[in-house]
Design a protein around this ligand. Structure first.
Ligand SMILES: *Cc1c(COP(=O)(O)O)cnc(C)c1O
Length: 409
């Protein structure tokens, strides 16, 4: 069946879902809601029903759907120049890189598109740094990662995942990675040797269920990396850019890694924008022709990224995440023993473990959907709450009240 654009708006939700089922790869198992428009913290489906978005596209939508400053930047830039490739420069590129470097507190930015590309880029930079600066013998570089990690979906990245769904049957796998338990500094210390070029961690593990490490862990990792001349790479693709109540989750732990990986919210929910941010002593290993991306650092991405940086520079979203996160945590804690076994959060980013006697995470999400609340389960029994940071505290109360009711039902 071929449909024109004029025909598609008249399809029902069920018809949209059937089309996707028949003609899209089944690599996701989406909840049965078909968005037609969205504003702030709310998504409206093709039937006109509104839902409170408690996922924010996995934190890519931190600043709210249709944020006026972000949309204005995107629209204006589309009308000026949308793509040059990096063969030429454009008037958004230098300012974007300078402003992002200043926000993060490093010298240089390597702009890419998706989060996985930022991770891949960091792996390449760390290896090159290992050979050229640290003096690791050619082909021997190792990178230490954490069990339960999520860094993306490329063949190299899934090679060091321990999630069977993400990894199985995609071999042969890329060598050069060692995985140790997250939060265990002694295990990490024991894994470091003279071939180690980097430690790659999410400061708070997102897909694993908002796993916050012990208070001293990241500081100890920082000290170990400094002592052994190893790069500390923080994947802040989901945790970064205001979600946790600070610009960067690392700030909660008073640590400064050597490389930050940013993505998701950096594109303001409008376009894919990712970046590796580091000092010249690290990113300086890349010379012309040694890495690239046709769309990385494109004019629209840079213009949107600059609007995002401007929003972050106000501190308003970080404040909201801190305040609303505290509010949400109090509400969720009241459900412990009533279908919830544990709550973890940092800022407006919470993992809620559902007592299996009360249903699976998926079932709870489906019941919340019927009440107009969109959330997503992770790893079976955990529900992640990450609403846009423009959400109101009364809306969070309403979501918690509905979670209480679906668990009681
Ligand atoms: C989402 C995510 C990625 C991958 O980002 P994509 O844009 O989906 O490629 C990498 N790391 C973390 C921590 C993420 O949450």
């Amino acid at each position: 069946m071929t449909l024109t654009n004029e025909q598609t708006p008249t399809l029902t939700s069920a018809e949209h879902i059937a089309l996707a089922e028949a003609h899209s790869a089944h690599n996701y198992h989406p909840l049965p809601v078909v968005a037609a428009s969205a504003r702030g913290a709310w998504i409206t489906d093709v039937t006109g029903r509104s839902y409170l978005d408690c996922l924010s596209a996995y934190s890519a939508m931190n600043f709210g759907h249709a944020n006026p400053a972000i949309l204005a930047a995107a629209h204006a830039q589309l009308d000026r120049v949308s793509l040059t490739s990096r063969a030429f420069s454009h008037d958004q590129f230098g300012p974007f890189c300078a402003e992002l470097a200043a926000l993060i507190g490093k010298d240089m930015v390597l702009p890419m598109n998706t989060g996985a590309e930022a991770v891949e880029s960091a792996v390449k930079v760390a290896r090159k740094w290992g050979y050229q600066v640290k003096g690791v013998p050619d082909g021997q570089a190792t990178i230490i990662v954490a069990d339960g990690n999520f860094h993306g979906r490329t063949t190299t990245i899934v090679s060091f995942s321990d999630d069977p769904d993400a990894r199985a049957d995609y071999g042969p796998y890329t060598p050069g990675f060692r995985s140790v338990p997250f939060g265990d500094a002694a295990a990490l210390a024991a894994a470091i040797d003279e071939t180690t070029v980097a430690v790659l961690l999410e400061p708070v593990q997102g897909e694993a269920g908002i796993i916050v490490p012990p208070p001293d862990y990241l500081r100890t990792v920082r000290e170990l990396c400094t002592t052994h001349n190893v790069l500390f790479i923080a994947d802040e693709i989901q945790s970064g850019l205001a979600r946790t109540g600070n610009t960067l989750a690392c700030q909660h732990f008073d640590v400064v890694p050597d490389m930050y990986l940013l993505g998701k919210a950096l594109g303001g929910g409008a376009v894919p924008v990712s970046a590796v941010v580091a000092d010249a002593s690290v990113l300086g290993v890349l010379k012309p022709g040694q890495h690239g991306s046709t769309f990385g650092g494109n004019p629209v991405a840079c213009a949107v990224g600059r609007a995002v940086i401007e929003l972050l520079n106000t501190g308003e979203y970080q404040d909201r995440a801190r305040r609303l996160g505290h509010h949400l945590r109090t509400g969720l804690d009241s459900l412990i023993g009533q279908g919830v076994t544990q709550v973890r959060n940092l800022g407006l980013w919470a993992g809620v473990d559902i007592d299996p006697a009360f249903g699976t995470g998926r079932e709870v999400c489906e019941r919340l959907l019927t009440r107009g609340i969109l959330v997503k389960d992770t790893h079976g029994a955990t529900i992640r709450f990450a609403p846009p940071l423009v959400v109101e505290s009364t809306e969070l109360d309403w979501a918690v009240r509905n979670l209480r009711e679906v668990l009681a039902a």
